[in-house]
Design a protein around this ligand. Structure first.
Ligand SMILES: [Zn+2]
Length: 274
């Protein structure tokens, strides 16, 4: 149907009180599984590609655009966690419809300055920009100590000064596999939703729990990144598959990844919204 900006998908989600899932993609199999899941569920989808995940983002973007134009649902392509100005520029040049400029470990003023220069170029090219304020940590890295919840008054100022289209907020989730039980600060989410006017994004959706995620979608989150859960579903299916040749495992990966993603589309309320 269409290869669209992430901004337009998220505006509709914000108005409709649901969230669009952004699954981590790596290759053609994960890309096809993501778009096929969206078609099956009549759901929009945001293809998330980390700038490190594929050696040739121009090729990946062409492949995504081709499949999106043939699909019956809207598809956006987002560069996840771009860390340098150059990453964003290369993604825009390659044809991504969104970039995430993650400067969440920098001090406030520096974060604003760095992200603002990307917003200027991206908006001139019609590309959506996501940024992060507060910091969602990684369970497998030392930077868990850098975790910091988002402060609503800072988020408001940040969005106004940078002009970003959506904001990833830290309300208790982590990237990767949780150690311990996740605690989502819903009071903070409500305050952020009422203070910031752009759609809010949740990173580290995997393992956060169905009730927590469904509630977050109803109460202000418009996009949720899912990486670990879909990849693990694919890996587990491969490990349990009985095949004659190694490459015969790939359809198992595809099916399990797609099924897990469809589950999230239902949970996030985006089923039937395309
Ligand atoms: Zn993330």
């Amino acid at each position: 149907m269409s290869f669209v900006t992430m901004g337009e998908l998220l505006k509709k989600a914000q108005e409709g009180h649901y969230a669009v899932v952004a699954p981590s993609n790596k290759d053609e199999i994960t890309l096809r599984a993501s778009i096929d899941a969206a078609e099956e569920m009549h759901s929009p989808v945001i293809i998330n590609l980390n700038y490190k995940a594929h050696p040739d983002i121009r090729f990946f973007a062409r492949m995504c655009r081709d499949l999106a134009l043939e699909a019956s649902v809207p598809v956006a392509l987002n560069q996840d966690h771009g860390a340098e100005y150059e990453h964003a520029m290369r993604a825009i040049q390659a044809g991504f419809t969104a970039v995430m400029a993650d400067r969440s470990t920098l001090p406030f003023e520096e974060n604003i300055a760095k992200v603002s220069e990307i917003v200027k170029v991206a908006h001139a090219c019609g590309v959506t920009v996501e940024a992060e304020l507060g910091h969602v940590g990684y369970s497998d890295k030392d930077d868990m100590k850098e975790r910091a919840l988002t402060v609503p008054s800072e988020a408001k100022e940040y969005v106004e000064r940078t002009g970003v289209d959506c904001l990833a907020v830290a309300i208790g989730t982590v990237h990767g596999v949780y150690k311990g039980t996740p605690h989502i600060d819903f009071d903070l989410l409500h305050e952020l939703r009422d203070t910031v006017n752009v759609p809010l994004v949740l990173h580290g959706g995997s393992g956060t729990g169905e009730d927590n995620l469904a509630r977050a979608c109803r109460e202000g989150i418009c996009k949720i990144n899912i990486g670990t859960d879909v990849m693990q579903a694919g890996r587990d299916a491969v490990l349990h598959s009985v095949v004659h040749a190694p490459h015969d495992t790939l359809p198992f990966f595809y099916e399990a990844y797609k099924k897990e993603l469809e589950r999230y589309m239902v949970l996030f309320g985006s089923k039937g919204k395309a």
